[in-house]
Design a protein around this ligand. Structure first.
Ligand code: GRG
Length: 303
């Protein structure tokens, strides 16, 4: 992958943005960790700083820029999404959930820091993420109303109607064949809600118009599902070493887009959704070559 339509060198863009996100995450943790009992700091640091594509913050910043935002304080806002994402992976890997030993090619947080500390560290990240979003909103000069809109966007996406609700459906669905609407609903919540919030938070922080916010929303919904289909395809076609994680969906007895549609049709659907995302942006009058390239990257990625 290098230059993608619209003249964007996506590889260079991702490297540059990831570096800025990492710096912002490290800075955020150095002040946030002062607010938690010291015994949990190592597990939090491991869960947050042990790699990952940093896709959610990158999407948030890209939406902010596409809506005309200029303040680099947006990185501090964007990392609030990554704090929620990090907690979700730490908890998802616990023995009471997916019981995973490997994530991003490394031992999972509970394998290194223990189950209890990882559970507490993950839980501590939830209010820290909300506080981070609130602090960042004010740092960017937004008023309390703007700050509340951002924290509420983040909390809604992470909550029962979003990520946690989707995870519950996922756990309940193990060993059962789900229908397509059931699988769509599960993933719109579990994976899609936070991706969608990434776009919306970027738009809100930039003071985007209702029309632009609607376009970000549609883009976020489409890439949310496309991302999950791509995830299922990778899970079905790679081994644990190549993927850097275990166990596989098949080992967990989960319904996936691949088990429901097969590889070819699932891949066709993912690409169709990526194009729908691009159409939504253009329909909303948003010229954002980076977001267009990101929607295609999300379905063509190899990890
Ligand atoms: C209390 C029931 C309950 C739930 C707690 C555990 C949890 C909340 C939610 C789990 C949500 C989850 C695991 C979603 C998976 C999303 C997903 C596909 C993750 C992989 O995302 P990438 O590819 O990961 O962006 P990297 O490693 O790049 O950060």
């Amino acid at each position: 992958m290098s230059t993608v339509g619209g003249g964007v060198d996506l590889e260079a863009f991702l490297v540059r943005e990831k570096e800025r996100v990492e710096a912002s995450l490290t800075e955020a943790l150095s002040s946030l960790l002062a607010k938690v009992p010291g015994a949990y700091a190592p597990a939090i640091q491991h869960g947050v700083l042990s790699g990952g594509k940093r896709l959610r913050p990158i999407l948030c910043v890209a939406a902010y820029r596409a809506a005309g935002g200029k303040d680099d304080g947006v990185y501090a806002l964007a990392v609030s999404l990554e704090l929620i994402h990090a907690y979700s992976l730490m908890h998802d890997d616990l023995p009471c959930m997916d019981d995973a030993e490997l994530r991003r090619g490394e031992p999972t947080t509970h394998k290194i820091h223990g189950e209890g500390p990882t559970m507490v560290a993950g839980a501590l990240l939830i209010p820290l993420a909300a506080f981070q979003a609130w602090k960042a909103a004010h740092g960017m000069g937004l008023d309390d109303k703007g700050g509340r809109a951002l924290v509420s966007e983040l909390s809604r996406a992470a909550g029962g109607g979003g990520m946690v609700g989707g995870q519950v459906l996922d756990l309940l669905g193990e060993g059962r064949t789900l229908s397509v609407p059931e699988l769509d609903d599960l993933h719109r919540r579990k994976t899609g809600a936070l991706l969608r919030a990434s776009l919306r938070m970027g738009g809100i922080a930039a003071g985007a118009s209702d029309r632009a916010l609607e376009a970000f929303d549609e883009y976020g919904r489409a890439i949310g599902l496309a991302f999950q289909i791509a995830d299922d395809l990778l899970d079905a076609t790679s081994d644990a070493q190549a993927l850097g994680k275990n166990p596989s969906d098949a080992e967990l007895g989960k319904s996936t887009y691949v088990t429901l549609f097969g590889v070819e049709e699932a891949s066709r659907r993912a690409h169709e959704l990526a194009e729908e995302a691009v159409t939504a942006l253009r329909g909303g009058g948003i010229g954002a070559p980076e977001l267009e390239a990101l929607s295609r990257y999300i379905v063509d990625r190899t990890r």
